[in-house]
Design a protein around this ligand. Structure first.
Ligand SMILES: Nc1ncnc2c1ncn2[C@@H]1O[C@H](COP(=O)(O)OP(=O)(O)OP(=O)(O)O)[C@@H](O)[C@H]1O
Ligand SMILES: Nc1nc2c(ncn2[C@@H]2O[C@H](COP(=O)(O)O)[C@@H](O)[C@H]2O)c(=O)[nH]1
Length: 394
């Protein structure tokens, strides 16, 4: 498609036929744009489908759709935002489930387009509340990442959730499937990578490791701050993705001490230990000079290092667990209409001027594939003077 999309909304009428299998009995498809145009609508297989107008070929194409798709609904309203994503509000759905973003030209989508060589769009669910940024922790094998993460999860169980990675390596004695890792076959994981199910993946010490989109979503949906224990290559990929995170590199006091810890752990064969130590050299160089990491932590004395980690995460004072955002418990009306002013979307029932819902998008964080956090949702009794002069969108 090449060009960044310019959006013009043009709701199509029921019975619209585009030659594909989008149907409009249950959902009103929507076309955007005078350059790139996006058609969002119901499909026979009960999912929401997206099509893109390919000007060079003069027809609609089915893009690769990444991220978790919204469930089908009884229609939707769509609002173009910043020329890189479309806000989709599902009619007749609960407010908790009904706010979605279709990313059409974000950094993540552009990268995936290059990798996959196809037109790409990506769904991301809008999540209320201001969950803190995920924390990415990297460092050479044996430096103590897992130990530090366990300490954090033990002290703050309701605040942090671990992103359970997939790996093709064999489980260690004490490791449990779905808790420490999702242990998986290489062929299965490769297929899932091709299907766009992974936020990042890398070949590490001869095995494949990766963070699925779902692994991060599960933690975010539980209202917790997600911790990722991944290697430097993975950290680089996450840095380039839409997942806004804090990146911490854990460094050993010396290579001799790193070797001592790896050997004392007793989980690897001699051959594996040597491989991990060889890789550690490169990881140390990249960790300290690549510009990926926001912070470097020296893990010499474990307790001191843990205290420093807590300081970085703002947990050194009197900390109370972040309360989960309370569910709004409101259904979005079937006859909803939408107005937009600056970064605020006003949702109303038909042409009603009272009991309105405001979606404040100014604090959005993250994005596809997965969840767009930081949605601020509140109710207002009526439109005030400051809200006059909106553009009526749908
Ligand atoms: N500051 C420290 N001083 C001494 N030993 C430590 C320290 N931190 C961690 N260890 C020990 O070092 C070993 C390796 O730690 P850990 O398994 O947490 O490393 P890791 O970085 O998660 O490794 P991997 O990347 O291979 O999973 C463990 O036996 C742990 O108890
Ligand atoms: N890129 C990714 N790296 C990962 C992921 N999960 C773990 N790791 C890294 O692999 C090594 C080895 O781990 P081990 O459990 O076999 O000792 C370590 O550096 C981890 O940080 C992942 O999902 N993606």
């Amino acid at each position: 498609m090449g060009e960044a999309p310019a959006f013009i909304e043009d709701d199509l009428q029921k019975g619209f036929s585009n030659g594909f299998d989008l149907k409009s009995e249950d959902a009103t498809p929507t076309v955007f744009g005078n350059k790139a145009q996006y058609l969002i609508g119901g499909a026979d297989d009960e999912s929401i489908r997206v099509q893109v107008l390919d000007h060079s070929r003069g027809g609609w194409v089915n893009p690769t759709v990444l991220g978790t798709k919204p469930k089908p609904c009884k229609g939707h309203s769509a609002v173009p935002l910043n020329e890189d994503r479309i806000l989709v509000i599902q009619k007749g759905t609960s407010l908790d489930d009904g706010v979605w973003f279709l990313e059409v030209d974000t950094q993540y989508v552009r990268e995936q387009r290059k990798i996959l060589g196809t037109e790409v769009v990506a769904w991301s669910k809008g999540v209320k509340g201001n969950a803190e940024k995920p924390v990415v922790i990297s460092g050479p094998s044996g430096v103590g990442k897992g130990t530090l993460i366990s300490m954090l999860m033990k002290e703050f169980p309701s605040m942090f959730g671990f992103s359970v990675s997939h790996t093709t390596r064999a489980p260690r004695n004490m490791e449990k499937d779905s808790i420490h890792y999702h242990f998986t076959e290489r062929s299965v994981m490769e297929k899932e990578i091709k299907d766009g199910k992974f936020l990042e993946f890398a070949s590490v010490h001869g095995n494949l490791y990766g963070t699925s989109v779902e692994a991060v979503e599960v933690v975010t949906d539980a209202g917790k701050r997600c911790i990722l224990d991944i290697d430097v290559q993975g950290a680089r990929s996450v840095r380039a993705s839409s997942l806004e995170a804090i990146f911490i590199f854990v460094s050993p006091p010396s290579m001799e001490e790193l070797e001592k810890r790896l050997r004392a752990r007793g989980t690897e064969t001699e051959e594996q230990i040597l491989k991990r130590l060889r890789n550690a050299q490169a990881e140390m160089e990249q960790g300290k000079s690549s510009g990926i990491f926001d912070h470097i932590l020296y893990n010499d004395n474990l307790e001191e290092c843990y205290e420093n980690l807590k300081k970085l995460l703002g947990l050194d004072g009197n900390v109370t667990a972040t309360p989960k955002s309370s569910p709004y418990g409101v259904d979005l009306p079937l006859d909803l209409s939408i107005s937009k002013i600056d970064q605020k979307i006003i949702i109303k029932r038909g042409s009603a001027t009272e009991n309105l819902i405001v979606l404040d998008l100014s604090t959005l964080k993250g994005g596809a594939p997965g969840r767009t956090r930081g949605l601020n949702v509140y109710a207002i009794d009526s439109l005030t003077d400051e809200l006059n002069g909106f553009n009526q969108l749908s």
